[in-house]
Design a protein around this ligand. Structure first.
Ligand SMILES: [Zn+2]
Length: 238
C-alpha cells in the first residue's frame, strides 16, 4: 500500500514538475530506468558503455560523447552524485576482470583541491570510486593521495608547464597497498592521472593503473599525455 501511495505521489510530482533529461531536455517518463536521462539518451548510454577503451595504458569506460558529457557535467557541477552510480550500474561487467583485475581492487580516487571541495561539497572522482566499489567490491582508500597546493588551471599552460604543475601538485602517504586502481572522472591529456601515479609510486606502490569514467581525445584523435610524462618522469619533482 505504501508503495502505491509513494508511486502516486511521485506521479503527481512528475506531472506538476517533470524531471528533464540532462542531455536533451525531454521530460523523463516515470517508468524510465534512469533518473537523469530520457529513454532515447539512456539507450544511447547503454550502447556506448558496452565498449571498453584502453588508451596509452589508461582504461576508460565511456567515450565523451554528448550524452556522457552532459552526465559528467551534472555529476561535477550540479550535485547529481547518483549519476556515478547509474553510469557504473548500467555497465555489463560484474567485476574488473575486463581490464585484467578481479574484485580485490584497492581504489584511490584522484583528489580535488580543498577550495573546490569546500565550494562543491564533494569530489566527483570519489563518487565514481564509491560506485565502482559498490558494484565491483574491493577497498576504498581515501586520504592517501592529496593535492599539495592550489595549482593554476591546466588549460592555460603549455605541455611542459602543465607537466610540472601537475607533478608538483600531489603527494601520497604510505603505507599504501602494492596494487592501486586510480580513479578519475574524465581523461583528457592524462597529466593529472600520471602525476598521481608518479606520487603513488614514489610513496611505495608497485603497480598503479588508471580507470576513468570517460575519455576525451584531442582534435587530431590522439592524446598527448605521454609527451608530458616523458618530460618529467626522470626529473626531480620540485
Ligand atoms: Zn534525452
Amino acid at each position: 500500500m505504501a508503495n502505491i501511495i509513494s508511486y502516486c505521489m511521485e506521479a503527481v510530482a512528475d506531472y506538476l514538475s517533470p524531471k528533464l533529461c540532462v542531455n536533451c531536455g525531454t521530460a523523463i517518463k516515470l517508468q524510465s530506468k534512469s533518473k537523469f536521462l530520457c529513454t532515447t539518451c539512456f539507450d544511447w548510454l547503454k550502447n556506448c558503455g558496452n565498449g571498453y577503451y584502453n588508451i596509452n595504458g589508461t582504461h576508460s569506460l565511456y567515450p565523451l560523447n554528448d550524452v556522457v558529457r552532459s552526465l559528467m557535467h551534472g555529476l561535477k557541477y550540479h550535485g547529481m552524485t547518483d549519476i556515478a552510480i547509474e553510469m557504473i550500474n548500467v555497465l555489463p561487467w560484474e567485476d574488473t576482470s575486463f581490464m585484467g583485475w578481479g574484485n580485490k581492487i584497492n581504489i584511490v580516487p584522484v583528489p580535488v583541491n580543498s577550495a573546490r571541495l569546500r565550494e562543491r561539497g564533494y569530489n566527483q572522482a570519489e563518487c565514481i570510486a564509491r560506485a565502482m566499489q559498490k558494484k565491483w567490491g574491493g577497498r576504498l582508500f581515501l586520504g592517501v593521495l592529496k593535492r599539495k597546493k592550489y595549482n593554476v588551471s591546466q588549460t592555460r599552460l603549455g605541455a611542459e608547464e602543465r607537466a610540472w604543475n601537475a607533478a608538483g601538485a600531489f603527494t601520497a602517504r604510505p603505507p599504501l597497498p602494492a596494487e592501486i586502481l586510480l580513479v578519475d572522472d574524465v581523461y583528457t591529456t592524462g597529466a593529472t592521472t600520471e602525476a598521481c601515479r608518479y606520487a603513488l609510486m614514489r610513496a611505495g606502490a608497485e603497480k598503479v593503473e588508471v580507470l576513468t569514467m570517460a575519455y576525451k581525445l584531442t582534435d587530431d584523435g590522439s592524446s598527448d599525455w605521454r609527451k608530458d610524462w616523458d618530460y618529467f618522469k626522470n626529473k626531480k619533482v620540485p
